[in-house]
Structure formats: structure tokens, C-alpha cells
Design a protein around this ligand. Structure first.
Ligand code: FAD
Ligand code: NAD
Length: 406
């Protein structure tokens, strides 16, 4: 009998966790499993703010996909260009792949909400290549300022605007705050010349946390020189900087040669361009994570949209949820291959931690609030745990954050 053909798109937290769970649960003779990813490596998206600020080498953020797969999963390094659900095939830059069951885990892209100029003039913290670009760009601006004649120095080279004070914005600011003194030393730049401004549209930063935690974060970052402009949405980006809205008819232009956009994410463009019903490139899924009307297609991670029926709000798009979903997707695929019933995905939200640089953080875990060193240690344990669930102890030794107390 022909083995069913399972095709997994994307080797992020969702796709790769699905693959490693399937290779544990299915025998060679039970299914053919193929994993497609555009790079040979998986990257820890949750560490990209560190690579972007230059506090962690990009090499540390990624590992080879083949290192965590056994021979049951066939890995192909190809870029998905089109999902053709009518003909049950996926077009890539190399050719095409067919499927009996499809798992879509193509992840997130930056959301610019159509704001003029952002696509062209702002950087996004979305993958390893983008992270390297941000790091190199900031270094170049410092070097450029240092090489200008004293009378001609353009201080906007040393101004960095970070759009959005959600998790990504705040975590990036935490890393940047620690990196700036190093850059100042390296490029002979007086620290007072550097401005890092966080612009947030909403009236408060990190609305999911209590005022106590938020105040802790703002105080810690302000102490290191970060400025906040809250309740002032970015409305335009140009080559020279950003325009922010300060009142009904009041605008300010911040001259800055670096703009990093961290104001939200959407799903993959490939999902949006397919015939799957999507909103902001996310597909609403059934309780078992399949697409309504398409019993052979699962969505996992940031491309899936799932409502929390208790709060009547969507679950946040996080690595935590992506990995939990992937376990259920793998179990449901095994059930389908064996002709059994699929089961409902039940998220187990443990809380969240927002880092403020390498050794400081705030967070709420199992309903208890943490700040400082203890929160930071917990964050590193969570990071190591994600590595462990995909690649076991050897991956933790290779890539883990082993110095918990630094
Ligand atoms: P991704 O991790 O985005 O993986 C998608 C994969 O698909 C990638 O390997 C990509 O290369 C591949 N791919 C994309 N397009 C194609 C294509 N066309 N062809 C082939 N392959 C393709 N969440 C938490 O729970 N905790 C945190 O601490 C946390 N920190 C974060 C910090 C930052 C800076 C950011 C940006 C996000 C953070 N998140 C965190 C959110 C988390 O990273 C995402 O929710 C998570 O990465 C989603 O996983 P995913 O598998 O859906 O997609
Ligand atoms: P987000 O949507 O959580 O936050 C974006 C922020 O940008 C919001 O505060 C929003 O008000 C602001 N914003 C929107 N438009 C703006 C504008 N025009 N001008 C200025 N500000 C504007 O997005 P994120 O921080 O990128 O996070 C994406 C997902 O990844 C979330 O689900 C988050 O939970 C997850 N994440 C988690 C962690 C963690 O757990 N430590 C870290 C990073 C990201």
C-alpha cells in the first residue's frame, strides 16, 4: 500500500517541532515525511533581538536542521513560492512537491499597516539576515559619524528610532541599551551624542503586564538612556527619519538614520496569496488545528489563527504556542495515518517573560510576577527548554544559554 505523503512547510518552532515529533511517532513504513525550509538552518526567532543589537552572534542563534532529524524525515532546502490547494501541490524555487497531508508553518513577517515609507526605510527583526543588516547598519552609522569632520558631524547618524513598545521592541531596546556603551568605546563616540527613542502608538507600553512590571521596565531602560514617546504613533518613514503624531493636528519629525520597526507581525505572504481563507495572512483553524473545509491541511504557529474561547480574544502568536500546537498536529497526523480520530488542541499557557538585556527581565509565570535576575534566569531556562524539546541535551550543550547567572 502507498504510504501517505506528509509535507511540512517551514522549519520554525511549529514546523520543526512537528517534524521531530512525527519522526518519533511514525515508522518508516507508515508515512513519507518531507520538511521544506528555505535555509539549511533553523533560527531561534526568540533571540533575533539579540543578533540585531549585536549582543549575540548570528551563528549562535541558528543550527543546522539536519542535525535534529533522523532518516525518517526527508529535508529539502527550497523556498516555497505557492501553495496550490486545488491540486494538492506546493511550488518551490526548484520545482514542485505534492502532498496527502500538508502542515503550513511558514511563520511571521513584519506588519507595517500600510504606513508610508516603512517598507523602504525601516528595518524589521524578522530573520537572521535582517538581524545582521540591523547590526551592521548601526555599526556603519557609528563609523561614519566618527569619520566626519568635527564641524560637519551629523548627529542623526547616532539616532535610532524603535517603532513599537510590545515585547519585540522592549527586548530589542534592552539589548541596545547594553550594546551602545560598547559601540561608543569602539568608535570613539561620546555617549551623550547617541539617542535611542522608542515610539509607541498606544497609551502604554506592554499592556499585558501590571503597572508595577511596566514601571520596572521603563525605569531600567530609561536609566540606560532610552527615551520613550508613548501615545504617539509613527505615521510615516522617510530616508531622513520618522514622522510621529502627537495630537489631532500635531506632528513631529524625528531625524534618525536608523529606524527599526517592531510594531507587530502578520503571517506569511505565501499563505495570504493562496486560496486558503486568511486574515492578516493567518488562517482560522478548527479545534484540531485543521483548516475548515480542508481536512488534509493543518496550520501551525504564526500562520494559524485560534480564538481563546474564555477571553474571546485570539491567542498571541508565540513560540510557546507554536511548539504546543506542533505536538498536537503531529499527534493528529499519526491518528489520521492510523485511521483514528483527531483530538482538540488545548493550549497550556505558562506565562511570559520579557527580557531587558542579558541579565534583567520582567515576567509573569504561573500567575506570579518576577523582575530582575530571577526573571532573567527563568527566561534563559525557557530558551534552553525550547532547544531541548527539539534537539535534546546535545543541542542545549551546543547552542544553549548555559551561563544562567551572567
Ligand atoms: P517561524 O519561527 O517564523 O519559522 C518559520 C520558518 O519558515 C523559518 O524557518 C523560515 O525560514 C521558514 N520560511 C518562511 N518562508 C518560507 C518560504 N517561503 N519557503 C521556505 N521556508 C520558509 N515567542 C515566545 O513564545 N517567547 C519569546 O520569548 C519570544 N520572543 C520573540 C522575540 C523576537 C525578537 C521575535 C521577533 C519573536 C518572539 N517570539 C517569542 C514570537 C515567536 O518567535 C514566534 O511566535 C515564532 O517564531 C513562530 O513560530 P513559527 O514556527 O510559526 O514561525
Ligand atoms: P505586538 O503586536 O505585541 O506589539 C506591537 C506594538 O507596536 C504595540 O504595542 C502597538 O501598539 C505598537 N504599534 C502599532 N502600530 C504602531 C505605530 N504606528 N507606531 C508606534 N507603535 C505602534 O508585536 P511584537 O512585539 O512584535 O510581538 C509579536 C508577537 O511575538 C506577540 O505575540 C508577542 O507576544 C510575541 N513575542 C513574545 C516575546 C516574549 O514572550 N518575550 C518577545 C517578542 C515577541
Amino acid at each position: 500500500m502507498k504510504r501517505p505523503n506528509i509535507l511540512i512547510l517551514g522549519a520554525g518552532y511549529g514546523g520543526l517541532t512537528t517534524a521531530v515529533n512525527l519522526q518519533k511517532k511514525l515508522g518508516y513504513d507508515e508515512a513519507e515525511i518531507t520538511l521544506v525550509n528555505k535555509n539549511s538552518y533553523h533560527y531561534e526567532s526568540t533571540w533575533l533581538h539579540e543578533a540585531s543589537a549585536g549582543t549575540l552572534k548570528p551563528e549562535r542563534v541558528r543550527y543546522e536542521i539536519k542535525d535534529v532529524l533522523n532518516k525518517k524525515v526527508h529535508f529539502v532546502q527550497e523556498a516555497v513560492e505557492k501553495i496550490d490547494i486545488k491540486n494538492k501541490r506546493v511550488v518551490t524555487n526548484i520545482g514542485e512537491l505534492t502532498y496527502d497531508y500538508l502542515v503550513v508553518g511558514l511563520g511571521f513577517e513584519g506588519e507595517t499597516f500600510g504606513i508610508e515609507g516603512l517598507d523602504k526605510f525601516a528595518f524589521g527583526i524578522t530573520n537572521v539576515n535582517d538581524a545582521r543588516k540591523i547590526r551592521d547598519h548601526i555599526n556603519t552609522q557609528f563609523a561614519e559619524w566618527a569619520s566626519q569632520e568635527v564641524s560637519e558631524k551629523d548627529d542623526s547618524l547616532l539616532t535610532i528610532v524603535v517603532g513599537g513598545a510590545g515585547f519585540t521592541g522592549i527586548e530589542f531596546l534592552g539589548e541596545l541599551a547594553n550594546k551602545i556603551p560598547e559601540l561608543c568605546k569602539e568608535y570613539d563616540v561620546p555617549k551623550e551624542k547617541v539617542r535611542v527613542i522608542c515610539v509607541e502608538a498606544a497609551p502604554a507600553v506592554l499592556p499585558m503586564y501590571s503597572p508595577k512590571l511596566v514601571n520596572y521596565a521603563i525605569k531600567a531602560l530609561t536609566k540606560k538612556g532610552i527615551e520613550f514617546s508613548v501615545g504617539t504613533p509613527v505615521v510615516q518613514a522617510t530616508e531622513e527619519g520618522v514622522k510621529i503624531k502627537k495630537g489631532p493636528n500635531e506632528f513631529e519629525f524625528i531625524k534618525a538614520s536608523t529606524v527599526v520597526w517592531a510594531a507587530g507581525v502578520r503571517g506569511s505572504r505565501i499563505v495570504e496569496e493562496s486560496d486558503l481563507p486568511s486574515k492578516r495572512a493567518r488562517v482560522a483553524v478548527e479545534d484540531d488545528l485543521r483548516v475548515p473545509g480542508y481536512p488534509d491541511i493543518f496550520m501551525v504557529g504564526d500562520c494559524a489563527f485560534l480564538m481563546n474561547k474564555e477571553t474571546e480574544r485570539p491567542y498571541p502568536t508565540t513560540a510557546q504556542i507554536a511548539m504546543q500546537q506542533a505536538i498536537t498536529v503531529a499527534e493528529n497526523l499519526v491518528a489520521m495515518v492510523k485511521g483514528e480520530e483527531t483530538k482538540t488542541f488545548v493550549p497550556n499557557l505558562k506565562g511570559s517573560i520579557c527580557s531587558l538585556g542579558n541579565s534583567d527581565a520582567i515576567g509573569n509565570v504561573f500567575g506570579k510576577e518576577f523582575t530582575g535576575k530571577s526573571a532573567s534566569i527563568m527566561k534563559k531556562i525557557i530558551d534552553n527548554r525550547a532547544l531541548y524539546f527539539i534537539g535534546g541535551t546535545s543541542l542545549v550543550w551546543k547552542k544553549g544559554k548555559l551561563n544562567l547567572f551572567k
